[in-house]
Design a protein around this ligand. Structure first.
Ligand SMILES: [Fe+2]
Ligand SMILES: [Fe+2]
Length: 294
């Protein structure tokens, strides 16, 4: 099968909606034990019904996201010497991404960003929160630099320690070389228990990349949202508690809160990009200089 099994990047997010159907509009703070049991059952049904492209996507992701791969990508990208762009410019650049999606069904990338930001704005959240919504997926420009889908989107998880069985399609990790390295498969792996997620290398994708691009400009809760919004194993499944510290737990309340806007914003509602632009250019200039390094 192809190295790009999803018809568009959005197919992964659409699939998340099947795995995590909206439960009213409540932010999911912590899952009670009985909710977890229901979750396990739901996961099983989900595995059985997932679309072939989605399954193949996770197969590649789980096989190739190794500690060595993550280290290599960090070396390649975290020097931030690919481009200099302003935030709105990066939004337009991301919008040039054309995949095999159906233009009648899938919205331009810029509209998902605006939808998320607008939902947060209408909920009267702080300005930095609206801005976090606006930029949270800009790391997907990695696709424009020929990164495969499995290294841009998908649920993220720590590497260098045992893969949690709560990660979707867990069995696909058996083909990952790290899976068979006993030193990398202990509870804490190369880390110390309770060391805090900042010490932990996450699987490579749009979240981690964007975090490094914007880390000097946004307040801590926004940075947590940006860095961990795809980490469903932690913010939805409560895995990897052994690596987290108190600050992480405090900040993950924000990550969880953000998820409602990212996942459950009405996707077919069109955005008037031109009309919204002045408000958002203003907001961007409150936090960012004209150009930043990518
Ligand atoms: Fe995302
Ligand atoms: Fe998103």
């Amino acid at each position: 099968m192809t190295k790009q099994p999803l018809s568009s990047l959005d197919e992964w997010e659409d699939d998340l909606l099947r795995r995590y159907p909206a439960q009213g509009n409540q932010p999911v703070d912590t899952l009670a034990a009985d909710t977890l049991a229901v979750n396990t059952e739901r996961f099983r049904n989900y595995d059985a019904e997932a679309r072939p492209g989605v399954k193949e996507f996770y197969r590649l992701n789980h096989q190739y996201q190794t500690l060595a791969f993550v280290r290599q990508k960090r070396q390649q990208y975290l020097t931030l010497d690919k481009r200099q762009m302003g935030i709105w410019e990066a939004m337009e650049y991301l919008n040039t991404l054309i995949d095999d999606s159906d233009p009648d069904i899938d919205l331009p990338q810029i509209e998902h960003l605006l939808q998320t930001a607008e939902a947060i704005r209408h909920a009267n959240r702080p300005r930095w929160y609206i801005l976090a919504g606006l930029i949270h997926d800009l790391g997907k420009i990695l696709c424009l630099w020929d990164e495969p889908q499995w290294a841009v989107v998908g649920d993220t998880f720590p590497v260098g320690c045992r893969y949690s069985e709560k990660i979707v399609f867990y069995d696909a990790f058996r083909a990952n070389p790290d899976f068979n390295d006993p030193q990398l498969q202990t509870e804490a792996g190369i880390y110390e228990s309770g060391c805090g997620l900042d010490q932990v290398l996450m699987s490579w994708g749009h979240d981690e990349y964007l975090y490094h691009v914007v880390k000097d400009y946004m307040p801590p809760p926004a940075l947590y949202m940006i860095r961990y919004h795809s980490c469903y194993p932690i913010h939805r499944e409560q895995a990897y508690q052994q690596l987290m510290n108190d600050r992480d737990r405090e900040m993950f309340v924000w990550v969880n809160d953000f998820n409602q806007y990212d996942l459950y914003t009405k996707r077919d509602q069109r955005m008037d990009v031109t009309a919204l632009r002045p408000f958002y250019e203003d907001l961007i200039s409150e936090f960012f200089p004209e150009k930043i390094r990518w």
